[in-house]
Design a protein around this ligand. Structure first.
Ligand SMILES: NC(=O)c1ccc[n+]([C@@H]2O[C@H](COP(=O)([O-])OP(=O)(O)OC[C@H]3O[C@@H](n4cnc5c(N)ncnc54)[C@H](O)[C@@H]3O)[C@@H](O)[C@H]2O)c1
Length: 260
């Protein structure tokens, strides 16, 4: 229950792209329960957000929604401006929106490649540039987390555009981390393996046997929950974190180590 949790994030404001997705919602809930106001941005119409926003507002925080295509810089700028006007300039920036196309490089169309890179890589750049830019201009400190993937460093030939975009995202996070460190803005990546929700769950919904295969492949023999990802976002964005920056927090249950 919200009331039984301390409120170490009160006075802070978070923006979360892809905020109506499974991991986005878990992050929003975890931050709101700890006292942060949140602005969720997603492609979906506002009506899709109503019930979820009400549940966040029960935590005693501001929770608002903005329909935004995170791959369009002008829309991201409008979203961040709206957030600043309504609930304050964000000091927690979560680049979480992403898409995945199940197609090899031979199968993938040029349009699919471009679209995926725009959402998964350009989107986090726009969010980092615009939202962190406001923090720098206002001489305020903050935290940014990008949701990456173990596919950034282990070849995923069945989802190559995704794999490449996440590899680029890792370097983007490191470049942002170095540039923003003197301003007291810390930037990190969380790289999950198989989460039992969201993008993976959509693939597993049509191929249920793939879910079992995935779970048995993970050395710790279990899948990750969105709440576990959200707990690490909380960890990296807490006020006390003044040194962890430019890192990748790999939470893949040992997948990257090979077979166990
Ligand atoms: N599910 C997994 O196994 C897994 C593993 C590793 C990393 N991740 C990462 O976690 C993050 C969240 O994914 P998820 O699994 O919760 O999937 P999800 O599909 O539940 O959430 C993604 C959200 O992003 C939104 N979105 C897509 N394109 C957008 C755009 N152009 N503008 C704004 N919003 C857009 C979608 O509408 C959706 O609500 C992604 O970055 C994904 O790569 C997921």
């Amino acid at each position: 229950m919200a009331s039984s949790i301390e409120k170490p994030f009160s006075g802070r404001t978070a923006v979360i792209s892809g905020g109506l997705g499974d991991i986005g919602r878990a992050i929003a809930r975890a931050l709101a329960e700890r006292g942060a106001s949140v602005s969720l941005g997603d492609l979906q119409p506002e009506s899709e957000a109503t019930e979820f926003l009400q549940s966040l507002q029960m935590c005693g925080v501001n929770a608002i929604y903005y329909t935004v295509d995170a791959s369009k810089a002008d829309q991201v700028r409008n979203w961040i401006d709206d957030c600043e006007k309504r609930i304050g300039a964000p000091d927690i920036i979560i680049a979480n929106a992403a898409t995945v196309t199940l197609a090899t490089l031979q199968e993938l169309t040029v349009e699919q490649w471009d679209a995926e890179l725009r959402v998964n890589l350009n989107g986090p750049f726009y969010l980092g540039k615009i939202a962190a830019g406001k923090l720098v201009a206002g001489k305020r400190q903050g935290h940014m987390v990008v949701i990456g993937s173990w596919a950034a460093h282990v070849v995923h030939a069945h989802i190559p555009a995704y794999s490449v975009s996440k590899a680029g995202l890792r370097m983007l996070a490191q470049c942002l981390a170095l540039e923003l460190a003197p301003h007291g803005i810390l930037v990190n990546e969380i790289a999950p393996g198989y989460v039992d929700a969201g993008l993976s769950a959509k693939i597993w919904a049509t191929n249920p046997e793939l879910r079992e295969q995935a779970a048995s492949k993970v050395p710790v023999r279990r899948l990750i929950s969105p709440d576990e990802v959200a707990a690490e976002v909380v960890h990296l964005c807490r006020r006390e974190n003044r040194h962890i920056t430019g890192t990748t927090l790999l939470m893949d249950g040992g997948l990257s180590l090979g077979e166990a």
